[in-house]
Design a protein around this ligand. Structure first.
Ligand code: IPE
Ligand code: IPE
Ligand code: MG
Length: 249
């Protein structure tokens, strides 16, 4: 650990605790480019990216962020070469297995957003185990989006609501935003205040389309495997200077 990162264990003095985002969402992008720049296969970027996520989660906990949601694998990422997809699925399973004890100890509540039914069974089992093992924890709410697509999420919510209408459990007149939100994967978690996207891309790539209606967006050119506490500090400092109007004056 560098002297700089040790110095940043505590909330940096220029950040105001009361103006921190409650919920931070992250599009962890740029793993492939990071590896390519070093003449390494793309998977090395993904490996390193997993370590970086671990450090960000620890930092959120140290600094008092209540919820962290990260984009890990999109519904569109299945379109990558089979070799890369298979590597990622194995990596996710291995990381979860390795980190579970630490997540429990650190009082993290982990949950997942996305259509998990399409994931390999070993990974699904590992996910179920982690969710159950941490469900009563009281610390940071950590949500990992896997096989997640914002459009897919909205469609599955519509389907679930339509089924309840058909069964006579919901009156269509009573469908409102609050009702709809209860059918999203993120039910019960406040909307992200801040979205961070690494690697310079200025797009949402189908992430949390409903939930990010009023999120502040911060894009950095830093590639995900290089994202550290100092980078997170810059993002939070930038966020604290924003004026959030929510359509008002
Ligand atoms: C993000 O990094 C990880 C996943 C989407 C799984 P990328 O793999 O997209 O890296 P780049 O964008 O190709 O550099
Ligand atoms: C978004 O990154 C998905 C994840 C980070 C998991 P992508 O690399 O898939 O997005 P695009 O293709 O640049 O939009
Ligand atoms: Mg990418």
């Amino acid at each position: 650990m560098t002297a700089h990162s040790v110095a940043l264990q505590k909330l940096p003095a220029d950040l105001l605790q009361e103006r921190l985002p409650k919920h931070v969402a992250v599009i962890m992008d740029g793993n492939g480019r990071w590896a390519k720049q070093r003449g390494m296969p793309r998977i090395r970027g993904h490996q390193r990216g997993a370590d970086v996520l671990k450090e960000l989660l620890r930092c959120c906990k140290d600094w008092g962020i209540q919820a962290l949601t990260v984009y890990s694998f999109s519904t569109e990422n299945w379109g990558r070469p089979l070799e890369e997809v298979e590597f990622l699925m194995t990596l996710y399973e291995r990381v979860l297995r390795r980190e579970l004890e630490e997540l429990i100890r650190a009082d993290v509540r982990i949950r997942f957003a996305g259509d998990l039914s399409a994931l390999p069974e070993v990974l699904r089992n590992r996910i179920d185990q982690a969710v159950v093992a941490t469900q009563n924890n009281q610390g940071i709410q950590f949500t990992v989006a896997k096989n997640y697509g914002g459009r897919q999420e909205i469609v599955q919510a519509c389907r679930a609501i339509a089924q309840k209408v058909q069964q006579g459990l919901i009156d269509p007149e009573h469908i409102d935003e609050a009702q709809f939100e209860r059918h999203l994967y993120t039910a019960g978690i406040c909307d992200p205040d801040l979205l961070i996207r690494t690697s310079g891309e200025m797009r949402l790539s189908n992430f949390l389309l409903w939930q990010m209606a009023y999120s502040e967006i911060y894009v950095t050119d830093t590639l995900w495997p290089d994202f550290d506490r100092a980078q997170f500090h810059y993002a939070l400092r930038d966020y604290q200077q924003r004026e959030r109007r929510f359509g008002k004056l």
